[in-house]
Design a binder for this molecule. Structure first.
Ligand SMILES: [Zn+2]
Ligand SMILES: [Zn+2]
Length: 161
């Protein structure tokens, strides 16, 4: 994972401070997602998601609450938001409960984590230029080909595959 320095112990939270969290591991992998859903849901050009075990995100304040959003695939997608200020902290794709897509920019040091892959670049806004040294994919990608072995082992431990 592209982590400048360790983010173990790094904290983050929503805008009002009701939801606070602390990471107890590095992320398994980090997506910069250029899909149209992420663009709409963030109101921006892409979403930056750190994939991490739910058990490695320690809640220090109130728990964010799930809001279900529609998906093209039909698989459930819950966005967890602060119950007060409604800022989105993370997503649970597929309602698996064990793995979060943490919104990287909610960290107090939001530049501490860089993406490992750019995905769904087919819908990337034309004025965002991608770095040549980070793999980029038109749509999704092969987890087994891109993830480091250690991260695949962590993923298998929670998802069983
Ligand atoms: Zn809040
Ligand atoms: Zn996306």
């Amino acid at each position: 994972m592209s982590v400048e320095t360790t983010v173990i112990g790094a904290e983050g939270g929503c805008s009002c401070g009701a939801v606070r969290y602390r990471l107890s591991s590095e992320p398994m992998f980090v997506h910069c997602c250029h899909c149209l859903d992420c663009q709409r849901q963030t109101g921006s050009a892409f979403a930056l998601n750190a994939l991490i075990e739910t058990s490695n995100v320690e809640l220090l304040g109130r728990a964010p609450e799930p809001v279900q959003v529609p998906t093209d695939s039909g698989h459930p997608h819950d966005i967890y938001r602060c119950p007060e200020c409604q800022v989105a902290l993370w997503s649970d794709y597929g309602r698996r409960q064990v793995m979060l897509f943490l919104r990287v920019s909610t960290l107090d040091q939001p530049h501490a984590i860089r993406p490992d892959v750019h995905i769904y670049t087919r819908s990337k806004v034309p004025w965002v230029a991608l770095p040549p040294d980070v793999p980029a994919f038109e749509a999704y990608y092969s987890t087994t080909k891109q993830w480091p072995a250690e991260s695949l082992a962590r993923r298998k431990a929670i998802l069983g595959k």
